[in-house]
Design a protein around this ligand. Structure first.
Ligand SMILES: C[S@@+](CC[C@H](N)C(=O)[O-])C[C@H]1O[C@@H](n2cnc3c(N)ncnc32)[C@H](O)[C@@H]1O
Ligand code: SF4
Length: 390
């Protein structure tokens, strides 16, 4: 069984207009060293809930983890190690970095302590669009950051945001072309998601254009040696995100920090628990538990912070996460986890979706077709199970 740790670093230079993640402008939150002290307390409190073991992955996400001093990132890796969650030479250690927040010195500290994967929030190389969504960097600064990573021959990934207001197909093609030329080994294109009435909801490409934009990204990337391995993730062979794979193949993960979500195999169908998403409340909860040992979410957390999954919820999660992957849902894994009657129900539903050409069945794998990819929300809806359905 693979196992990884996610660490949330909720600091940003400024808030991007579209972002809904739990993160703060750096002047509006406690200093980073104090936040890291809270993470240390959380590690101390919860380290026995999982079995201490060498880690397959660590992922520093945000926010902007590259904004806080690099020695704090190292201190977190060391603190995990002190409690038995050690790293190996092959542990994938990813850090999200925003352009213009990284220097040669910072990079050296990361590299000296095993960080080996860099996820760059490029978003777009169009300065007008970057400004429109309140990004704090220019395209030139992104390119300078990439020069630095390339000079060290590092493994880096790009996030690309598309379907922004007034963005054109030609503009998007240019973004993808630059991303490929710059040597990214992994690219995650995200279609802008904002609620109705949001300032960025006006003037956006319409649904058909959004689909066309995604098709263009997919075909440019696949002709250039990338493989789509998940709905919104492409990688050169061997450069898939091992950390994100934990989420999609039903492996446990421990997440630390503000609003972080964890998953364990503690109960029959798995348990999810999560931290509060307001920094003041998170701090209060961690400090109130100081000196105590967290044995299980059901003992120590209020009901709104955990979910002991029932079979229908575990099955829904299993179907959704498996079908997000291009390798699809393996009938063998379905059979390992669920009783025969459930397997038959799921296969029946999948056969119905096959008749609509939304999924295909190949060598024990059910996966989305091109049409199913476009209509994935409908496929997921069909594979959502409620209490009493099974
Ligand atoms: C939470 S951010 C963290 C990475 C880094 N702070 C950055 O912004 O570059 C992770 C990714 O989520 C994506 N994202 C955030 N808000 C989004 C939204 N409303 N719609 C689509 N993608 C979004 C962005 O592409 C971003 O790179
Ligand atoms: S930098 Fe990233 S995490 Fe911070 S506000 Fe912008 S999108 Fe959100």
């Amino acid at each position: 069984m693979a196992f990884g740790v996610y660490v949330h670093i909720p600091y940003c230079i400024q808030r991007c207009t579209y972002c809904d993640f739990a993160t703060y402008e750096q002047s509006k939150i406690l200093p980073p060293d104090q936040y890291v002290e809270l993470l240390f307390k959380e590690i101390r409190q919860k380290h026995r809930y999982y079995t201490p073991q060498s880690l397959d992955t660590i992922y520093f996400g945000g926010g902007t983890p590259s904004l806080i001093p690099a020695h704090l990132i190292v201190a977190i890796i060391k603190e995990l190690g002190r409690f038995g969650y050690t790293t190996r030479p092959d542990t994938e250690i990813t850090i999200e970095i925003n352009p213009a927040t990284i220097s040669e010195e910072k990079l050296k500290v990361y590299l000296d302590h095993g960080v080996n994967r860099f996820s760059v929030g490029a978003q777009t190389f169009d300065d007008r669009l970057l400004k429109m969504v309140n990004r704090e960097h220019s395209a030139k600064q992104t390119l300078q950051t990439l020069d630095l990573l390339r000079a060290h021959d590092l493994n880096f990934s790009f996030d690309i945001l598309f379907a922004l207001p007034s963005q054109t197909v030609a503009g998007l093609k240019n973004d993808v072309k630059i991303a490929i030329e710059q040597g990214a080994r992994h690219i995650s294109p995200y279609c802008l998601t904002v609620p109705d009435g949001h300032p960025l909801s006006k003037g956006r490409p319409v649904d058909d254009e959004q689909i066309e934009m995604f098709d263009i990204i997919a075909s440019e990337l696949t002709t250039n040696g990338f493989q789509q391995y998940e709905i919104s993730n492409f990688a050169r062979p061997g450069f898939e995100s091992r950390h994100n794979m934990l989420y999609w193949v039903d492996e446990p993960y421990w997440s630390l920090g503000l609003s972080a979500h964890s998953y364990s195999k503690e109960s029959s169908w798995g348990t999810r628990y999560w931290n509060i998403n307001s920094i003041g409340e998170y701090q209060k909860q961690i400090l109130a538990f100081d000196g105590q040992e967290f044995t299980t979410p059901t003992h120590h957390l209020p009901k709104e912070q955990y979910e002991v999954l029932e079979m229908h919820q575990a099955l829904t999660d299993f179907c959704h996460t498996s079908m997000r992957l291009m390798q699809g849902l393996k009938t063998e894994r379905l059979a390992q986890k669920f009783p025969l009657s459930v397997q038959e129900k799921v296969c029946g539903l999948l056969k119905g979706l096959e008749e609509k050409s939304w999924v295909r069945h190949d060598n024990g794998h059910w996966s989305l077709t091109r049409e199913g990819l476009v209509l994935s929300n409908k496929v997921f809806q069909e594979l959502t199970f409620l209490e009493g359905d099974l």
